[in-house]
Design a protein around this ligand. Sequence first.
Ligand code: CO8
Length: 258
Amino acid sequence: MSVVSYKQEDFIGIVTIERPEALNALNTAVLNELNSTFANINLETTRVVILTGAGTKSFVAGADISEMAPLNNSEAARFSNKGNEVFRKIETFPLPIIAAINGFALGGGCELAMSCDFRVCSENAVFGQPEVGLGITPGFGGTQRLARLIGLGKAKEMIYTANAIKADEALNIGLVNHVYPQETLLEETKKLAAKIAKNAPFAVRASKKAINEGIDTDMDRAIIIEEKLFGSCFTTEDQKVGMKAFLEKIKGVEYKNK
Ligand code: CO8
C-alpha cells in the first residue's frame, strides 16, 4: 500500500504523506516513497511543490518509534543517514518546496518541515524536538537546521527541554511564515504556490540555489555564487520577455520556462 501520494494542479505538485493510523510517522517505506516521489517530479511541468500530511491531526509525528526501538548503534546511524539523504534531496531540490503543516510536526516531522524552503501551518499545529525525552538526539538534521532557522539559544532550549510549541509561538520565532485555519490551510498554501509559479521559473530556481549555497559559505564566495546565477538568467528567453514587458508597459506576462 502506498504511503505517499502525488497530484499535480497546474504548475503545483502536491506531495502528501499518508499514514494517518500512525499520525504519518516516518518509517522506511515513507522515506523510500518520498525519495521516489521527488525523483519522479517533472521539472518541466512543475514549478513549485507543497508537502503536507494526510488528515487534520498530524503533519508528521516523528520518525517511527516502533521501527527505531530495537535498532543497535550502526543500524540507528544507517536509519539517520537514510533520512538525512532524503531530507537533503528535498532541501536542494531544484524547485521551491512549501511545507503545509496540518497538525503535529514533532521530531522527524519538524526536521522534515525544516528541510523545505519555508513553512506555513494550521492553527492546531504543534512543533517540537522530543527526542531527548526518548533517550536519543534529533537524527534527521534537527541539531543543525533548527539553530540556523530560529537561532542557537532558542534551538538549544527547544531540544534540551523537549518542549513542544504551538502555532502562534512558531510564528513568533520565525519557524513558520503564516498560520491559517485548518480548513483553509491547503487553499492558502496553493495561493502562495501560485504566486511563485507565476514568476520566471529559471529565476526562482536560481534564487533558491543562490540562497542555499550562499548561506553555507562566507560573504565573498556567496556574492560570487549570486553573480554567476544572476548572469545565467540572461541566457533565458524569460528574462528578455520579462524586461521587454516592463519597458513596453505590458501587464500579465506569462513565462514559458525557456
Ligand atoms: N512513531 C510511531 N507511531 C506513532 C508515532 C511515532 N512517532 N506517533 C504516533 N504514533 C502512533 C501511536 O502509537 C498510535 O498508534 P496506535 O493507535 O496503534 O496505538 C497512533 O499513532 C495515534 O497516536 P496517539 O494515540 O499517541 O495519539 P494522541 O493524540 O494521543 O497523541 C502525539 C499524539 C502527542 C503526537 C503522540 O502520538 C506522540 O507523542 N507521538 C510521538 C511523538 C514523538 O515523540 N516524535 C518523535 C519521535 S523521535 C524522532 O522523530 C527522531 C527523528 C530522528 C531519527 C533518527 C534515526 C535514528
